[in-house]
Design a protein around this ligand. Structure first.
Ligand SMILES: [Fe+2]
Ligand SMILES: [Fe+2]
Length: 312
């Protein structure tokens, strides 16, 4: 055992990848399963707030962009469930935990989408925050997760650009459209900052995840990066963020910003956000409605196996 552990430590120290065949500490495996599962669930649940607008897209072009984006998120969920399976859990089990409320997903998807401007703002801010979080995960110490993230990040940057492009079209439109964009930014700014998780001094598992090379930057570092990146983009769009404390700090060469409402964050994580019950109920219904597909696939596989056995 000591020999295996030394090998694992050496792999982490050399910044090499841990692969499914390698020995790994049980706590490392459990942490990864929890993180990858939460990430996969977020991709799948994240399809709902935007899927809500597919039938009401304002043009064929917007509809095909939105369809492609929502479909990408389904793909991200699939890569990630597959990465989690290399750690010895199965997708069925993870799905059960999600619909029983035993595993979490990103708090952002518990907010409703109230106008088409939300599609742009989600692409710009929510996918933008996801990119800040996810680019460092391309260098995560666990090989299958890191490789899944490389592909996901490429698609996320398309998501962010389509959102920004939609907002550019809207802010160059009518006064009413500009108001819609600002109203949407007002609702999504603070929940986007919360996507980076609690402040560093209230994030008990971060230090261990950094030591293991799962996490590369702290929550507050990533949040700062996101704020600094978003301010000039907001300026270009002609919108403001609903934070009177947001100001450039010459000394730090970074923006100061106000404190998100962490009580709201905790409440949403704990299940009492505006749309938690609806999201999970919808996912459960979709899972139950798909039972016949899983049964048919299983019956088909059994029939194929039986045929092979006869032929052999
Ligand atoms: Fe995604
Ligand atoms: Fe995305």
């Amino acid at each position: 055992m000591d020999e295996f552990e030394a090998q694992f430590d050496a792999t982490i120290a050399a910044d090499q990848r841990v692969e499914p065949r390698d020995w790994m500490p049980e706590a490392y495996r459990r942490t990864l399963i929890r993180q990858i599962a939460q990430h996969a669930h977020s991709e799948i649940i994240g399809m709902q707030p935007e899927g809500n607008w597919i039938l009401r897209a304002p043009s064929l072009r917007r509809k095909s962009i939105l369809l492609a984006k929502v479909q990408d998120e389904a793909g991200h969920g699939m890569y990630l469930y597959a990465a989690a399976e290399t750690l010895g859990v199965d997708r069925e089990e993870l799905t059960e935990k999600l619909i029983d409320g035993k595993q979490k997903y990103s708090s952002i998807f518990n907010y409703p989408t109230l106008s088409y401007a939300d599609i742009g703002v989600i692409g710009w801010l929510v996918d933008g925050a996801a990119i800040c979080n996810q680019v460092p995960l391309c260098r995560c110490s666990y090989g299958p997760y890191a490789r899944a993230m490389i592909r996901i990040c490429k698609e996320e940057s398309f998501h962010q650009r389509q959102g920004y492009e939609l907002l550019l079209a809207m802010v160059n439109g009518t006064d009413r459209q500009r108001e819609m964009v600002q109203e949407s930014v007002n609702r999504f700014w603070w929940p986007s900052l919360m996507m980076f998780g609690p402040p560093d001094d209230d994030s008990p598992n971060s230090a261990q995840s950094m030591e293991w090379g799962i996490k590369r930057h702290t929550n507050d570092e990533l949040r700062q990066r996101f704020v600094d990146m978003s301010v000039p983009q907001a300026k270009a769009l002609g919108v403001t963020f609903p934070d009177p404390e947001l100001v450039w700090n010459e000394e730090r060469q970074a923006h100061d910003y106000g404190e998100p409402d962490w009580d709201e964050f905790k409440a949403v994580i704990a299940g009492s956000g505006p749309a938690n019950a609806q999201r999970v109920a919808h996912r459960r219904r979709a899972h139950e409605n798909g039972a016949w597909v899983r049964e048919a696939a299983r019956a088909y596989a059994e029939k194929q196996d039986a045929r092979k056995a006869v032929a052999a």
